[in-house]
Every structure is written in structure tokens, then in C-alpha cells.
Ligand binder design. Structure first.
Ligand code: 2AM
Length: 188
């Protein structure tokens, strides 16, 4: 099964991000992530076997037992990989909380034990809100971003992160469906 580990978002933040998507749509043609599917990925696990799933459950249970709650503040609208070859539009954190940094490092290190390849790129705490599927004009992207700049900088998208979720992802013709297999609370 295809799985990943993520931080779920409060409903108010999902609703606000959905409004940003609507505003950007007026200028750009993009495949937007459905509001209910918005999440902050910690680790993409890919296709795993039932045996790996058991080991992964054990590992994430151990890690969450020694992780404390933390706050995340979303304040930046960004693109991957760059303005001219943009594929992903995201909203993310400027400051990576120390607990989140340590959490992702521990996940990477421990999950490698169960055969999950380690991520080579730096971790960037982001929520993918849209995927650009076709050619676009960079100036249109800039125009769209300018339109929502005040909404993003003026927002107060800070939330408490108290747990992580192991998701199963099923790909279908209408996009992916995510099912929470397990939610693991932090220590406090
Ligand atoms: P991202 O959108 O935050 O980049 C569930 O599919 C999540 O796993 C996606 O939201 C995506 O995170 C991440 N993901 C999907 N396919 C991936 C891949 N091949 N490599 C790394 N991350 C992937």
C-alpha cells in the first residue's frame, strides 16, 4: 500500500487555504489539492509491505512518545522547483521549529531501518496547495501571487501540532483519497 506520514491541519486553516486557492484560480489554471486533502507531509513512504507497515507503526510510536507538542506558523507562499519551471505551489513555514526539525530527522534515520529510502533534499515544511500541470506564463504566476500576497502576510496561520498521522493514499481518476490509518499523539 502507498503510504505517507503527515501533520493534519485544523479545519479553519484548510478553509483559509482554500480561499487562497480560489483567488489564485482567477488567474491560473492549476490542479488544486482538495481542501479536505491539505496536509503537511513529513515523510513519503511509497509502496510498503504489511511487514514494513508493522515496523513503521512501531518506529513512529516510539518517536512520538519522546516528542513534545509544538507550534507551526504558516506565512510564505512558494513554488517548487523555481519560478520558471514551477510545478508545485505551496504555503509553508519560514521558521522550522526545533521539535519539527528533530522529528523529521529521527523519522528519516529510524525509517531507513525498515528499508525506506532516506530523503536527500532538505526538509521544507510546506503544504502543497496546487500542482501546475501545463505550460504557464511566469508573469501570470507573479500577477496571481501579487493578488494574494496581503492575504498570506496578513493571515495568522499558527496552529498547535500535537500528533502525526500515518496515511494510506489511493490514487484514482479524481485524484488521491487519503485514509488515516493511525494517529499518534506526542508526549505532551
Ligand atoms: P508534498 O505534496 O508535500 O510534496 C502524499 O502523496 C504526499 O506525499 C504528497 O502530498 C507529497 O508531498 C508526497 N509525495 C508524493 N509522491 C512523492 C514522491 N515520489 N517523493 C516524495 N514525496 C512524495
Amino acid at each position: 500500500m502507498r503510504t505517507f506520514i503527515a501533520i493534519e491541519l485544523p479545519i479553519e486553516i484548510k478553509n483559509s487555504l482554500s480561499k487562497i486557492q480560489e483567488k489564485l484560480t482567477q488567474t491560473l489554471k492549476i490542479s488544486w489539492v482538495k481542501p479536505q486533502n491539505l496536509h503537511l507531509t513529513l515523510k513519503f513512504l511509497g509502496d510498503i509491505s504489511p511487514k514494513q507497515l508493522n515496523k513503521i507503526r512501531q518506529i513512529i510510536t516510539e518517536i512520538t512518545k519522546t516528542t513534545s507538542d509544538f507550534k507551526i506558523k504558516l506565512e510564505t507562499l512558494g513554488i517548487f522547483p523555481n519560478a520558471h519551471a514551477a510545478r508545485i505551489i505551496w504555503i509553508g513555514a519560514n521558521q522550522l521549529p526545533l521539535e519539527l526539525k528533530q522529528l523529521t530527522e529521527r523519522l528519516e534515520t529510524r525509517l531507513a531501518e525498515s528499508g525506506i529510502p532516506q530523503e536527500q533534499r532538505f526538509f521544507c515544511a510546506h503544504i502543497t496547495i496546487g500542482r501546475i500541470k501545463s505550460h504557464f506564463i511566469p508573469s501570470d504566476l507573479k500577477k496571481a501571487f501579487d493578488k494574494v500576497e496581503n492575504d498570506v502576510t496578513g493571515a495568522n496561520w499558527e496552529f498547535d501540532c500535537k500528533e502525526i498521522t500515518l496515511f494510506e493514499s489511493t490514487l484514482g481518476p479524481d485524484g488521491p483519497t487519503y485514509i488515516a490509518l493511525e494517529r499518534l499523539n506526542f508526549l505532551k
